[in-house]
Design a protein around this ligand. Sequence first.
Ligand SMILES: Nc1ncnc2c1ncn2[C@@H]1O[C@H](COP(=O)(O)OP(=O)(O)O)[C@@H](O)[C@H]1O
Ligand SMILES: [Mg+2]
Length: 503
Amino acid sequence: MPEMGNSLRAAALLAFVVLSILVSLLISSVQQFGARISYFSNATVAGDEEEFASLRGALIYQLNERRKEIIPLLSPDYDDDDDENGLPGESRRSLHSDQTQDSILDYSLWNEITHGSRRAHMDEMGCDSLVDMQAVEILGSGYTKLVVKVNLAGGQPVALKLVNEQGIDMGKCVEDFRDPRGCRELVSYKLKKEIVLLQRLQHPNVIKLKGHCAGAAGGGGGGGGGEDGRVTVILEQGNPLQMIQLLQSPWEDRFRVCLDLVRLLHFLSQSPLGSVALLDFQPRQFVTVSGELKLTDLDDASAEETSCQRDADCTLQFPHRNFTLPCSAQGVCVGLNEKRNIYNAYRYFFTYLLPHQAPPGFTHLVDHIMNSTGELKADINQTLEAFEHILLLYKSGLHLDNLPPSIIRDYTVMRGMGTSGNAEYRCWPSYSQQGCVLSVHSAREAAFICNSHSQCNSFTLTGRKTWTGRLLASFSSSFSHLVPDGTSEVYVKKTKAPEASTV
Ligand SMILES: Nc1ncnc2c1ncn2[C@@H]1O[C@H](COP(=O)(O)OP(=O)(O)O)[C@@H](O)[C@H]1O
Ligand SMILES: [Mg+2]
């Protein structure tokens, strides 16, 4: 019995010890927690100040980095003043990252490059032009910018690019640096870079810069509203590229977009800045102006060459393809920017727009382009040649040589006439929603098309032309009247002439 009492006592003692250890642990962790809370509440003010100072420092660092990015893009006359060595572009570029060169990156830089003699001839509109403008609609927005259509006081429509306050760039910056004003200035550097690039990369397939305003947009008066980092870019107004709509357009219009793109890439491969790559290459970075393709988003354009030691350093990586390009004896990847652009043109544009419904005479030429760009076998000169060759054939009608000339004899022609009361039928892809309007090289091609449509009994060459100079022909089953029309010609099938054709 006493043994049992002893072991009971020992068990109770052990339980007591364990319990007290647990309680003391609990107490100490509660105390530590409390201590931490009080530490934090005491340290909040000092910590916040420290944190804000370090965030501010980081933001200033970023601002300087953005400025440094713009320097090499400035026109040579900017460099002339401080370029005593007369170094060529490449060496100059590397010099700019030196400490000594950093000293020139003061806050007045922007004023220097955008006003007075620095101001490019084309960039004429300023803040004054925005007085009494009227906002019409939002044309688009992206990670960085908001684009608004406005009518200027004289009624001229233009597109204004501003910092997108709701964009990813602003959102991320404010989250990182908690300084909306500083962030607006940081994001504005992308607009500033774009202005400089638009000044230097003038081309029919780059959106036209009309001017810019440093300071609040439409801020009620000239003078620029002081340098608060805000920038408004004034551009010619285009229509955002609608891929879905383009997919339903005639081949001729889709070919035009691809040709314009190739002409642009050809220019970019030997631009005043060197070979320029478009790092963010997507249809949404382009607009059309009267059917002509124009690049509008340039802030991700880069003229940097990739340095290398061996070929393996020169890889182009895409989601489904990788390419390796040669590393030159000088240690740069040969044609990397150019090839990157070509493959992006292939994957974002050509695959969707080019092969589908290409005229039969061009299928082999289109196949060749698809193969040489998709496999990066051709450079941009060869690609442009292939496109221009197709355009030449298309304009001249040489690809239609195998159409029998006699085909037109099946039709009676009435020159200086049009038709009314047409019984229309629809075809695809038609230039008109209601009827069947297609582009043709000649009456002979129109006759060939009419013969291939079971509903077609007549067609009218309207006198209207497409961008290539081809004629618009309107096909119909029948019509009730012929009407005088100096610009058009009516062709009626001899075998099935419409009954009610009276003048
Ligand atoms: N000149 C213009 N005319 C009409 N729409 C435009 C014009 N410039 C840009 N846009 C539209 O605005 C969108 C945003 O412009 P963008 O420069 O691409 O900004 P981000 O750099 O933020 O992508 C474009 O995707 C395009 O649809
Ligand atoms: Mg964009």
